[in-house]
Ligand binder design. Structure first.
Ligand code: ZN
Length: 299
């Protein structure tokens, strides 16, 4: 599985997956250290590709750790459980990864995910969505129309090869295109909020009690984000908009689970890379690791 996952990982070369690969190549020890931070929650499962942390009652964060060479999952994700249903966050990189997360849902809650929320169209967040449909399951998939259109049309930067199972999984998507949508899981309501900045089609997944925000790739904890589709000024504004004044757990798109100080540091980093210099074209992190200049990508 590692071999085939690696192939799919490399197919997504211009996406966040490729960005992580570049960061790893430039500063392997520093990059791996990003995921070695102390878990914020209670770790309930550890795999070569990631760990599942309980961050609140009925809420778990998947923190992917792909730099060891297992790309079953690459982006973060998670599970949010209510009395009547479970929402899985992200379609993830591979069907195997989605099926694994769904299996964790069954083990932890007794229920296969009833809903799936996809935060944007990059391959590492959506390519594996068909894995939730194992054994005839048909969870309701929530994603923007633009996300679905771009995935099915195989548009850059992540032109995924055609896949009938993925197409079927995305055939009847519920779109929060009106600005926001609410999913009632029974005693727990989850809001999907339309945003833009990392791409033109971002969604954050938000819980109010306790206060938890799954940010998608609007926030990368401890590393510089992939700018391939980003609008830098919109990105900073979107991050500021999803930030909360009360104590909040942030599950970033990549990196360890974060608190407000981490988000503040990330915003500060975005600001320092903004005009007049513009965003860097080489992967970076905060604080910047030593890296060979000769390996920077230049536009
Ligand atoms: Zn992304």
């Amino acid at each position: 599985m590692v071999g085939s996952s690696r192939r799919r990982f490399l197919q997504a070369g211009a996406s966040c997956a490729g960005h992580l690969a570049l960061a790893s190549a430039l500063a392997p020890a520093a990059a791996r250290a990003l995921w070695a931070q102390q878990p914020m929650g209670r770790v309930v499962r550890t795999e070569p590709f990631g760990r599942l942390e309980q961050v609140a009652d009925g809420v778990w964060a998947l923190v992917s750790t792909p730099l060891g060479g297992d790309y079953t999952t690459v982006s973060n994700g998670g599970l949010i459980a209510g009395r009547d249903g479970v929402l899985a966050v992200e379609g993830l990189m591979t069907p195997e990864g989605a099926r694994w997360l769904a299996g964790q849902s069954r083990a932890l809650t007794g229920r296969w995910p009833t809903h799936v929320a996809i935060t944007h169209y990059h391959a590492d967040h959506v390519a594996g969505v068909a894995g939730y449909r194992a054994d005839g399951a048909q969870p309701v998939v929530h994603a923007t129309g633009e996300t679905v259109d771009r995935v099915l049309a195989a548009l850059p930067p992540t032109p995924l090869p055609a896949d009938e199972a993925r197409r079927e999984a995305l055939a009847q998507v519920v779109a929060p295109d009106g600005g926001a949508a609410t999913i009632d899981l029974g005693g727990r309501r989850v809001r999907l909020v339309r945003r833009r900045g990392h791409t033109a089609s971002d969604v954050s997944v938000e819980v109010d009690d306790p206060s938890i925000v799954f940010t998608g790739d609007l926030v990368w904890n401890g590393m510089f984000p992939n700018y391939v589709d980003a609008a830098p000024t919109e990105l900073a504004a979107a991050v500021q908009a999803l930030r909360r004044s009360r104590t909040t757990t942030y599950v970033p798109g990549h990196g360890a689970v974060a608190v407000d100080a981490d988000v503040a540091r990330y915003l500060d980093m975005l600001g320092r890379w903004s005009a007049p210099r513009g965003p860097p074209t080489c992967a970076a992190r905060h604080p910047p690791p030593p890296r060979p200049r000769s390996r920077c990508l230049r536009r």
